[in-house]
Design a protein around this ligand. Structure first.
Ligand SMILES: Cc1cc2nc3c(=O)[nH]c(=O)nc-3n(C[C@H](O)[C@H](O)[C@H](O)COP(=O)(O)OP(=O)(O)OC[C@H]3O[C@@H](n4cnc5c(N)ncnc54)[C@H](O)[C@@H]3O)c2cc1C
Length: 312
């Protein structure tokens, strides 16, 4: 095997997803260094399967059984080009109005939020309490409380399987509500998002006051702790909010709050969180999702679109 790549046969997705669901992938490829990326295409040819990029697994719902997928993952110590060894976040530039930060995709998002707020720069406090990696947050354009990644994102560094290293300014990205795409790559590759690995992201953050920003993140976290099942096994919100209103409210009004199938249930605290009570299966989760979509369509005429990424 190539140096800097670690291949695991048939990794268990239930251990790699926060909702603790799913069977096994064909293989997992852990990428430890930027130099190893050039070997990924040839390794994928040998392993077979559809390549999918896994961050911290907090927004995926993998199906049961043996899935035709090969997982690509950045090691937690992966250091992209432009960083010193072991460095994961740095300030690139600063003036009287704000600063430009460069973050490794492997950095946990909560660490980015905490460090940037503590340094006295704004734009991230609304992202408080969102688990996962910076790479996953960019790929999902994660957001809450009126803030999202798009609000501060300036540039993304990525490795494209059929093109190599690419750095793109935010203007060249297609960003929207929980949506991220690279139009110039989608024209070439049918599988879209899963064929590139985000390695780093550059953000412009306006100046703020450290103490106020930290207090704000704490307030947002408190709201989440009291209104969402933050400690349960879930993948966050299952559905995006449609034009008709918040998905959680529509689900509740359609009678889905607390609705159970086997080991899976829509949370009694927040109906848009599908929770694994311990022995749930992806099949049960997908049955509940189908039932919810039908009931919300019949009651509200709203078509619910998935926010969670179903794999397999
Ligand atoms: C309790 C809880 C609360 C949550 N609250 C919120 C919230 O308030 N707002 C919100 O937006 N989300 C929320 N989420 C969902 C989730 O945390 C975010 O979507 C997060 O940004 C996903 O990051 P991840 O690293 O876990 O990505 P993963 O779940 O591993 O992957 C998600 C998607 O991103 C892609 N991806 C991941 N890393 C990369 C990469 N390096 N390069 C290219 N593609 C990549 C994957 O292929 C997949 O399509 C919540 C989840 C939980 C469990």
């Amino acid at each position: 095997m190539r140096q800097g790549l670690k291949v695991t046969p048939q990794p268990e997705l239930s251990r790699l997803s926060t909702i603790r669901l799913g069977g096994r992938a064909i293989a997992g490829v852990l990428i430890e260094t930027p130099d190893a990326l050039e070997f990924v295409p040839e390794v994928l040819k040998t392993l077979g399967g559809m390549p999918v990029v896994l961050g911290h697994g907090s927004n995926i719902l993998p199906k049961d059984g043996l899935l035709p997928l090969t997982l690509l993952r950045l090691d937690k110590n992966f250091t992209p080009e432009g960083f010193l060894s072991g460095e994961k976040l740095k300030k690139l530039d600063e003036d009287s109005r704000g600063a430009v930060f460069l973050a490794s995709a492997a950095l946990p998002l909560p660490v980015l939020v905490e460090k940037v707020c503590r340094a006295g720069f704004a734009g991230f406090s609304g992202l408080a309490g969102i688990p996962g990696s910076v790479g996953g947050a960019v790929a999902m354009n994660a957001g809450s409380f009126g803030a999202d990644i798009q609000g501060t994102l300036r540039r993304v560094g990525m490795y494209v399987l059929n093109r190599g290293f690419v750095s793109l300014p935010a203007e060249k990205l297609d960003l929207g509500y929980r949506h991220f795409a690279v139009p110039e790559l989608n024209r070439q590759a049918a599988a879209g998002n899963n064929r590139f690995i985000i390695l780093s992201a550059e953000f412009y953050c306006p100046r703020g006051k450290s103490a106020e920003l930290l207090l704000e993140t704490e307030r947002f976290m408190e709201v989440k702790r009291s209104t969402q099942p933050v400690k349960a096994l879930s993948a966050g919100c299952v559905f995006k909010n449609p034009a008709q209103g918040p998905a959680g409210k529509l689900l509740e009004e359609a009678g889905l709050k607390g609705k159970r199938r086997g080991g899976m249930m829509f949370s009694g605290l927040h109906a848009n969180f599908l929770v694994n009570t311990g022995r749930g299966t992806a099949a049960e989760a997908l049955e509940l999702i189908a039932e919810a979509r039908e009931k919300v369509w019949l009651k509200h005429g709203a078509k619910l679109e998935l926010e969670v990424q179903v794999w397999g």
